[in-house]
Design a protein around this ligand. Sequence first.
Ligand code: TYD
Length: 207
Amino acid sequence: MMKKGYFITFEGGDGAGKSTQIKKLMEYLESKGFDVILTREPGGTDIGEKIRQIILDPENKEMDSVTEAMLYAASRAQHVSQVIKPAIEAGKIVICDRFIDSSIAYQGYGRNLGDSVSIINSYAVGEYMPHKTFLLKLKPQAGSLRMAGREKDRIELEAASFHQTVYDGYEALERKYPERIVGIDASGTIEEIADEIKKHIDVLLSE
Ligand code: TYD
């Protein structure tokens, strides 16, 4: 049974500022004495990092969308069993940079694979769904401006219309799971966003 620790995920388009906020939340929780594990997807394990390289390599132009969805799910299955599950069982707080909602937004909506993505991922995730998910919302045009100058991976190189569909997918998820997913306007300042996240975390930890 999953009840001992907490599982928190961060989601959003590329360039929304997830890494900055994840770092700040980790510092906040550690300052309160919690045992925190920071991890990411795709990756988070040796096997997962190898899968990540295959998925994100810009040379893999011929990759089929179903292959892509299954590789993300495969990386996730390994991650859940090797890292997330044991940490939660040990009472730790796991913070993960992207999780199942990324697959639903990018592969389900962006690649138009629909519900099959949730089905594939239910095998990978089982009962280990996040307790709270912070969705950092930034319009794709603004995100791509922030990404300017950074080297882009195979997904980031997709057309603007793809990123808009992903954004719409995230908003649909936010409406579907209002208890779990907290949408946050990512155009605010770093401190404003961090404070909003802290408020939600304090509530979660006091429940
Ligand atoms: P990530 O390393 O988080 O990129 P960034 O740090 O730029 O946010 O993720 C790499 C890319 O993989 C990103 O463009 C989103 C995409 N992705 C999916 O398409 N499906 C998934 O299930 C996950 C986890 C990520």
